[in-house]
Design a protein around this ligand. Sequence first.
Ligand code: NAD
Length: 250
Amino acid sequence: MSGRLANKVALISGGARGQGAAEARAFAREGAKVMIGDILDAEADQIAAEIEAAGGAALSVYLDVTEEADWREAVAATVRGFGKLNILVNNAGILRMEGLEETTLEIWDDVIAVNQTGVFLGMKHAIPAMRNAGGGSIINISSTSGLIGSPGASAYHASKGAVRFLTKGAAIQYARENIRVNSVHPGVITTNMVTENIAPDTRELFEQATPLGREGTVEEVANGALYLASDESSYMTGSELILDGGYTAQ
Ligand code: NAD
């Protein structure tokens, strides 16, 4: 298959819905073979089947990003299924809106485990396979919450800020092995994460405060990830792609 990701193999965590599913579809459309890793088995299977039905190549694997053994198996299953690994999207994430004093230790631990430890484990286990493939591209999904603060979501901000710097450290460490690592910082994107956690009136305030005047779409984030996954971004590493309708430019 020709395309911007021809002959590449991608593993996408949290690929069963939302932004991850949009990335899986976009990558497959551009010729990548895609492994979808998620805790939502049925949804992941369905996205993979949909991609296959459209003429692409996709598989799914159970992956809880907080479990090191799951990462080992997800990377191994990708290499078994498609022969190698070139692209990792660390996309799985959870949002909790509690402010600092309202954040219980349990909430803190949950958010850090998925959003921060999950990204660390993903990179740790994907890098050896990328080295074997002669290089690769790692795309860590942070957030505008990893760039600026807000009155709530303390654990989320902390985790997404950590992803930004995990990214820069890994980019420097692995640059000479042709493994590029960048972070993506979406603003408010219409997905289950937003509809389930943010009240409609708060979403409206965000929209009004966003220069482009609306929430972003999963396809708009997938287009950014596609650029970072492809060789078109070959001179970009340790950097940040902000997709926020201009919110943080103010
Ligand atoms: P979503 O809730 O629709 O999708 C998140 C996916 O991650 C789901 O498929 C879920 O099952 C999966 N997931 C959760 N915990 C997991 C675990 N332990 N192991 C494996 N998979 C797990 O939300 P989304 O908006 O598509 O979020 C994708 C990423 O984008 C997240 O990292 C999120 O923090 C980030 N983000 C979202 C927004 C937004 O406004 N939607 C903004 C900035 C950043």
